[in-house]
Design a protein around this ligand. Structure first.
Ligand SMILES: [Zn+2]
Length: 379
């Protein structure tokens, strides 16, 4: 969720590189096998899109991994699910489309090549970028991620539910959803059970996160969730997180598909209510990386509890104190030069603070709930 693609100073080691190639090849085998079968027609021809057709429900679940290239962990769990569907171990009635966002960046162990893919899911923005390049003869001049987003938008256009798996640069004390709030997404977040915490905001509230893939789908009026599954790389946690949340999603969609269209919303709500309520957080502070000598103390991770006035800086850094109690998000440890200055381009944010919402979104944002009487509290 940061701006710089050079955040990851460590390189993919040989074993991970081999595993990644093996998994990408597995994915390709699934896609090839699908092309040869007479059944499923993918929405678009894309090397990194696999579709499954349950044939009994039109509900379309769209799932993505590696929209940020180096967040490779969730691919493992996704392949498990694809394999289980293929072998009939999992039964699913609806439609499913799974895509890999940025395999090219993954192979270079980078977040992206030219620009952050998860900032350009916007038809107007894409068109502007293309127009700018209209006189350029070589299509290769179009930034890789612009081409990629153009390919992927038609898939997102057809989602009834969109789940986007991510990982953070550093370890996290717990997995978390991070995306704007909607009532339907809230129900799905509980059903999936992918995380207890949701870092959220009212969708009308602007943030640097606009033009994320999940934001694009939400603006189309459909449910969308982005789920962060711990530190980037292959891990048992990421694998299990994808497996659990997708199995639960598929099973819930099966139940919904047996219900009449009219009562599906009620059923979705009642399925959600059998699962624990989430904890809702909002971003309360963003520490801009104003000076290259800003340096966080060692060892901070995502969702680490922080006390008010706690010192967050290293001894040789200008003093940075937590403005309030809460949890820390996206702490950055960029590469530094011999003088200890962060090497450009440094990330825009050094860290972020999140704090619990003062009460349930139902109370704070009644306009986002269908059951709420309109204009009840308005003069
Ligand atoms: Zn990400």
């Amino acid at each position: 969720m940061t701006e710089s693609h050079k955040d990851y100073s460590d390189h993919l080691d040989f074993k991970d590189r081999e595993t990644l190639e093996e998994y990408l090849a597995n994915f390709t085998q699934f896609v090839d096998a699908q092309e040869q079968s007479d059944g499923t027609q993918p929405i678009i021809q894309d090397q990194w899109l696999w579709s499954y057709e349950g044939g009994k429900s039109s509900f379309h679940l769209v799932v993505s991994v590696m929209i940020h290239g180096n967040e490779i962990g969730p691919l493992e769990g996704l392949l498990d699910v694809m394999d289980a569907l293929n072998s009939g171990k999992i039964k699913y009635d609806g439609r499913l489309s799974c895509f890999i966002g940025n395999p090219k960046a993954a192979r270079l162990n980078q977040r992206f090549l030219d620009i952050d893919l998860n900032r350009v899911f916007d038809s107007n923005l894409l068109q502007n970028e293309i127009n700018k390049l209209e006189n350029v003869d070589e299509p290769t001049k179009i930034p890789h991620e612009i081409q990629r987003a153009q390919n992927l938008l038609p898939i997102l256009d057809q989602a009834d539910l969109y789940i986007d798996f991510h990982q953070t640069i550093l370890e996290s004390s717990q997995p978390f959803y991070i995306c704007p709030f909607s009532e339907e997404a809230w129900h799905w977040a509980r059903i999936l059970g992918g995380a207890k915490a949701w870092v959220t905001r009212h969708p009308a509230q602007l943030s640097g996160g606009l033009k994320c893939a999940d934001e694009y789908v939400r603006q189309k009026g459909k449910a969308a969730l982005a789920l962060e599954l711990g530190k980037a790389g292959f891990s048992a946690k990421a694998r299990a997180g994808v497996w659990k949340s997708l199995n639960r999603a598929l099973s819930a969609i099966n139940q919904l598909s047996q219900d009449s269209q009219a009562s599906q919303n009620l059923l979705l709500e009642s399925l959600a209510q059998t699962e624990p309520e989430l904890e809702f957080y909002q971003t309360s502070f963003r520490c801009e990386f104003k000076q290259a000598d800003f340096k966080l103390k060692a060892g901070l991770i995502n969702f680490q509890s922080v006390q008010e006035h706690e010192q967050l800086s290293e001894e040789d850094s200008p003093l940075l104190l937590a403005q309030e109690a809460g949890a820390l998000l996206f702490p950055k440890y960029p590469a530094r030069d011999d003088n200890g200055l962060a090497i450009e381009p440094k990330p825009k944010e050094l860290y972020r603070m999140v704090s619990l919402l003062s009460s349930h979104p139902k109370e704070i944002w009644p306009d986002l709930f269908e059951s709420e009487e309109p204009n009840k509290n308005k003069g």
